[in-house]
Ligand binder design. Structure first.
Ligand code: FAD
Ligand code: FMN
Length: 783
C-alpha cells in the first residue's frame, strides 16, 4: 500500500506513525513544505483524557512526549486585582516544536519517509497512491482546490488574537482579563516546558484599533502587550514567532472525503484556541483514521467509516469551542460582575463544567460564589444568610412587590384539556401539585383572551365568568397550600389558531369545528393551514380590549403576576418577526414598527394591571431561520419592553416558521437569556432543555438568568424543586403540613445520599497526571 501525506503537522505525522505501525509494509511518505524544525507557535495543550488515548495508540511517542511536559491542575482567573484558582483540571503542555520533533523521530524509526521543503501544489503526482491524506492545515490548499466538493464553511470571528511566548513560569492555566484605556484585553497563558509559556492575546476589533495595534510589527505589538501585562510578566520578555494578529476562522466542512483523499486536522475543521483543542483534534483525527483503516477492507470503506464515525465527536468539540469563543467575544457583558461570579462564568462557559462539578473540585471557590450571590440578594433587601448561603436556586427574588422564595419555575405548558376554555379538575391537580412541589413560581399555560384566540379547542381561556371562577379556584388552592406564586400567561394564537390538540397533530389545522384566524399578515403556517386574515385597526382594537378584559379578570382571580405571550409564532410574535410580518403600514417594516402593536398591548395591560404586581413578556429571541429575529434583535426587543415597564423577559426561541433550524442541546436557549440580560440589563428567565438543579445553579451563579424555568421535567416530576432543596439542604422550602413527614425523610436521606454520591465521584475519578507527579515528587514525611 502507498500512502501520501501532505503536511507534516501533528495530524499528518501522527497519521503516518499509526498507519505505519498498522501496515509495516506500506510505503508512507510525509511531504512538508517547511524545514524539519521550522515551526510556528509555542506550546500545545492536551487534557489527561487525550494523553490516555495517545498512550493506548503509541506508547513510545506518548512516553517521549510526556517526559517533556509541563503539568498543571489549576485554572487561575485574574480579574480586577483578584485571582481565583480552581483545581482538578488535569492538563499538560508541551512545546509544539518538541512535539513535532518527537513525532518526526518516531515516524522515521518506523520507516516513514519524511520529505521536508517540499511544497505540494498538485495531488496528481500521487496518482499511484492508495490513500492521500490532506493534513495541510488551516489554510488547506487542497480543501480550497476542491471547494465545491468539500464545501467548507469559514466563519471568520470578530476578535483579534496573536500567539506569543514568554519565559514567565506559570503553575496554572492562566486567564488574565485586563482593563486598559482602550478596552478589555485577555491573555490565555500556560507553561509548556521549563522556562517557557504560551501566551495568546485576544481583544475585540474596536479595542484593537484604539490600542493602535493595526500596522505594528510583531515586535512592536509584543512590546505593547508587554506594557499591558507587564505587572504579571514580572520582567520576563514576550517572544514572537510569526505572532501576527489575526481573526480566528471557525471552519466546518460538509465533506471530508473525496475519492481516496481525506481531510485531517485543521484542514477539515477548527476549534477555537480557548478550549485548547486544535492539536488534540488533529491527532485524534489521525487515531480515527487509523482505526477505520484497521477495520475496513478497502480504503473507500475506511474513509467512509472515518467520516461517519468521527464527525459527531468533532462537531461536539466544535460546539463547545463555539460557545467558549462567543463568551470571550462578549466578555464586556460581564465586565461589571463581581470578580468571583466572573471567574465562575469563565469556568462554566462551555457547559462541561458545572456548579456541582466545581463543588466537588473546589468547594471553597463555590462557597465564595454562593456568598457573592447571597450578597446581591441581600442588597435587594432580603435577610439571607451570607456566611452559610443557600445555593443560588434557593435564593429569593423580588419583582415589584412579588417575592418568590426560590428561582425554580414551572414553565407555561398547554394541557389541551379545557372545555370551552374552562380549566377543570385536571388543571387543579396539575397546578396544585406543582405548587406543593415547591417551585418558586408557576406559569399558567397560554390562556387565551377570546374564543377565537385559542390555539386548540382544549386551550384555557379567560373571557367569561365561568373561566374566571375556575381559575380563581386554582389560584386560591395554590395560595392556600404553598408559598408558590402563580403567573397568568395571556396570549392569542394568531395564525397558529384553530389547530388540533398536541397529541392529535401539533399545529395541524382542525378538520371540523375550526374558526377564522388572524395574523399580522395573511401567511398560512403550513401550506395547507388556514390563511389568516391580516389584522386591520378595528381587529387590533378588539383584540387589545380582549387582552385588557382578560387581565382584569386575572387580577380578580388573584394571580400574582401577568405574562404577555409574544413568542412562538402566535399573534403578537407574528408582528415582531419579519418572517411573518409583511405589512406595509406603520406596524410592518423596521423592528420598531413591528414592535408597535405588541408594545401597545403591553402598555394597555400595564395600565390595567396593578402597579405593585410584576409583568413579564415571553419572546422568541431567535427564529433560527435566515432573515428572522436574531439575538441582537432580542436585545432591542427586550429594551423596548423594559422601557414600557416589563419586569422580566422570559427568553424562549423559535417556533415562528416551519423551516427553522434550531440547534438543540443542553440549555440551548440560555445563551440568548445571557445576551438579553447582560446587554439589555433586564432581569430574564431562561428555559429550554434545562433538566437538573445543577444546571439551574450553574446558570444563576454565572449571571445568565435570574429565574430558571423547566417545562418537560415538571411534567413528570411535580416535586422537582422539593427534591433539589433536599439535595442542597435548603430546608426553608415551604411544605404543606400534610406532607411534612415526606419532607423530613427526603431531607434526612439526601444528606447521606449526597455524601455517598460525592465519595463515589471522588473515588471513581482517576488521579490527574499533575496529582500523580506531585505525589511522586513529594518528600517523605518525617517519621
Ligand atoms: C500561527 C499559529 C500558531 C499556533 N500556535 C499554536 C500553539 O502555540 N499551540 C497550539 O496548541 N496550537 C497552535 N496553533 C493551532 C495548531 O497549530 C493547530 O490546531 C494544529 O497544529 C493542527 O494540526 P494540523 O496537523 O492539522 O495542522 P498544522 O499544524 O497547521 O500542520 C499543517 C502542516 O502542513 C504544511 N503544509 C501546508 N500546506 C502544504 C503544502 N501545500 N505542501 C506541503 N506542506 C504543507 C504546513 O507547513 C504545516 O506544517 C497555532 C496555529 C497558528 C495558525
Ligand atoms: C406540552 C407543552 C406545552 C407548552 N405550552 C406552552 C404554552 O402554553 N406557553 C408557552 O409560552 N410555552 C409553552 N411551551 C413551551 C415551554 O414553556 C418551554 O419553553 C419548552 O417546553 C422548553 O422547555 P423544557 O425543555 O424545559 O421543556 C409548551 C411546551 C410543552 C412541552
Amino acid at each position: 500500500m502507498k500512502v501520501a501525506i501532505i503536511g507534516g503537522g501533528p495530524a499528518g505525522l501522527y497519521a503516518a506513525i499509526l498507519l505505519k505501525k498498522q501496515r509495516p509494509q506500506a510505503e508512507i511518505t510525509v511531504h512538508e513544505r517547511n524545514r524539519a524544525d521550522d515551526t510556528f507557535g509555542f506550546g500545545v495543550v492536551f487534557s489527561d483524557a487525550t494523553l490516555d488515548n495517545f498512550e493506548k495508540y503509541d506508547p513510545l511517542s506518548y512516553r517521549r512526549i510526556t517526559q517533556e511536559f509541563a503539568y498543571w491542575d489549576d485554572i487561575a482567573v485574574h480579574f480586577r486585582g483578584t485571582v481565583h484558582r480552581v483545581g482538578g483540571n488535569g492538563f499538560c503542555g508541551c512545546s509544539r516544536r518538541m512535539l513535532l520533533l518527537i513525532l518526526q523521530e518516531r515516524a522515521r524509526e518506523l520507516g516513514v519517509t519524511l520529505e521536508f521543503e517540499t511544497d505540494i501544489d498538485d495531488e496528481s503526482r500521487f496518482s499511484d497512491a492508495d490513500l492521500i491524506v490532506l493534513a495541510d492545515g488551516i489554510n488547506s490548499r487542497f480543501r480550497d482546490k476542491h471547494v465545491d466538493h468539500f464545501q467548507p464553511e469559514v466563519d471568520l470571528r470578530s476578535n483579534k488574537f496573536a500567539w506569543m511566548g514568554s519565559t514567565r513560569p506559570l503553575d496554572a492555566f492562566t486567564f488574565i482579563f485586563q482593563e486598559t484605556e482602550w478596552g478589555p484585553f485577555i491573555a490565555h497563558a500556560y507553561q509548556y516546558e521549563a522556562g517557557r509559556s504560551t501566551w495568546i492575546f485576544e481583544t475585540d476589533a474596536e479595542t484593537f484599533a484604539r490600542a493602535g495595534l493595526e500596522g505594528l510589527s510583531e515586535r512592536q505589538s509584543a512590546d505593547r502587550m508587554a506594557e499591558i501585562f507587564g505587572w504579571f510578566l514580572d520582567g520576563h520578555p514576550l517572544l514572537t514567532n510569526r505572532s501576527m494578529w489575526r481573526n480566528f476562522p471557525m471552519i466546518r466542512s460538509e465533506r471530508w472525503v473525496k475519492g481516496n483523499m481525506v481531510l485531517l486536522g485543521d484542514a477539515k475543521a477548527t476549534a477555537h484556541f480557548s478550549i485548547g483543542s486544535g492539536t488534540k483534534l488533529a491527532m485524534e483525527d489521525a487515531i480515527a483514521l487509523a482505526d477505520a483503516m484497521a477495520k475496513s477492507s478497502t480504503v473507500g470503506a475506511a474513509l467512509q467509516t472515518y467520516e461517519h464515525g468521527r464527525r459527531e465527536e468533532v462537531e461536539k468539540t466544535q460546539h463547545a469551542a463555539d460557545v467558549s469563543l462567543v463568551w470571550f467575544e462578549h466578555v464586556d457583558r460581564f465586565w461589571d460582575f463581581d470578580p468571583v461570579q466572573f471567574a465562575f462564568g469563565v469556568m462554566t462557559r462551555a457547559k462541561a463544567i458545572t456548579y456541582d462539578n466545581l463543588t466537588l473540585r473546589a468547594p471553597e471557590f463555590v462557597r465564595e460564589v454562593d456568598k457573592a450571590f447571597a450578597k446581591q440578594v441581600r442588597a435587594k433587601g432580603f435577610d439571607v444568610n451570607i456566611d452559610k448561603p443557600m445555593a443560588p436556586m434557593f435564593q429569593p427574588l423580588k419583582l415589584r412587590e412579588m417575592e418568590v422564595a426560590n428561582r425554580a419555575v414551572v414553565s407555561p405548558m398547554c394541557m389541551y384539556s379545557a372545555k370551552e376554555g374552562v380549566p377543570g379538575d385536571f388543571h387543579l391537580v396539575h397546578y396544585g401539585s406543582r405548587a406543593i412541589g415547591g417551585a418558586g413560581l408557576i406559569f399558567t399555560e397560554m390562556t387565551c383572551v377570546g374564543r377565537d384566540a385559542r390555539i386548540t379547542p382544549g386551550c384555557t381561556g379567560l373571557w367569561n365568568d365561568e373561566q374566571q371562577a375556575a381559575w380563581t379556584r386554582i389560584v386560591d388552592f395554590v395560595h392556600a397550600n404553598s408559598a408558590t406564586r402563580i403567573c397568568l400567561q395571556l396570549g392569542h394564537a394568531g395564525r397558529k389558531g384553530a389547530t388540533k390538540l398536541m397529541w392529535e397533530g401539533m399545529d395541524r389545522p382542525l378538520e371540523q369545528g375550526g374558526w377564522d384566524t388572524i395574523s399580522a399578515s395573511p401567511l398560512p403556517y403550513f401550506p395547507d393551514s388556514q390563511v389568516p386574515r391580516e389584522m386591520d385597526r378595528a381587529a387590533m382594537d378588539r383584540v387589545k380590549q380582549e387582552f385588557v378584559a382578560a387581565a382584569l379578570r386575572g387580577e380578580a382571580c388573584g394571580f400574582d403576576m401577568l405574562e404577555l405571550h409574544c413568542a412562538h409564532g402566535y399573534l403578537l410574535a407574528s408582528f415582531i418577526s419579519p418572517l411573518t410580518n409583511q405589512r406595509t403600514d406603520e406596524y410592518g417594516g423596521t423592528l420598531a414598527n413591528r414592535l408597535r402593536y405588541p408594545l401597545e398591548i403591553f402598555e394597555a395591560l400595564r395600565a390595567a394591571w396593578p402597579a405593585h404586581k410584576p409583568m413579564s413578556v415571553r419572546i422568541s429571541a431567535t427564529d433560527w431561520a435566515e432573515g428572522g429575529i436574531t439575538g441582537d434583535d432580542a436585545v432591542v426587543i427586550a429594551r423596548a419592553f423594559a422601557e414600557a415597564g416589563v419586569d422580566l423577559v422570559d427568553v424562549s426561541t423559535g417556533q415562528t416558521v416551519r423551516d427553522a433550524q434550531p440547534v438543540y442541546g443542553r440549555m440551548f436557549q440560555t445563551p440568548f437569556s445571557e445576551q438579553v440580560r447582560n446587554e439589555a440589563r433586564v432581569a430574564t428567565m431562561c428555559v429550554g432543555n434545562i433538566t437538573t438543579a445543577d444546571q439551574a445553579n450553574t446558570i444563576l451563579a454565572a449571571g445568565r438568568a435570574d429565574l430558571v424555568a423547566l417545562g418537560r421535567p415538571h411534567l413528570v416530576d411535580p416535586s422537582f424543586t422539593m427534591r433539589a432543596a433536599a439535595w442542597y439542604g435548603a430546608s426553608d422550602i415551604a411544605c404543606p403540613p400534610q406532607y411534612l413527614p415526606g419532607k423530613e425523610q427526603i431531607f434526612r436521606n439526601s444528606v447521606r445520599d449526597r455524601q455517598d454520591f460525592e465519595d463515589l465521584k471522588i473515588k471513581g475519578k482517576p488521579k490527574t497526571r499533575a496529582e500523580l507527579k506531585a505525589e511522586a515528587t513529594k518528600p517523605l514525611a518525617a517519621e
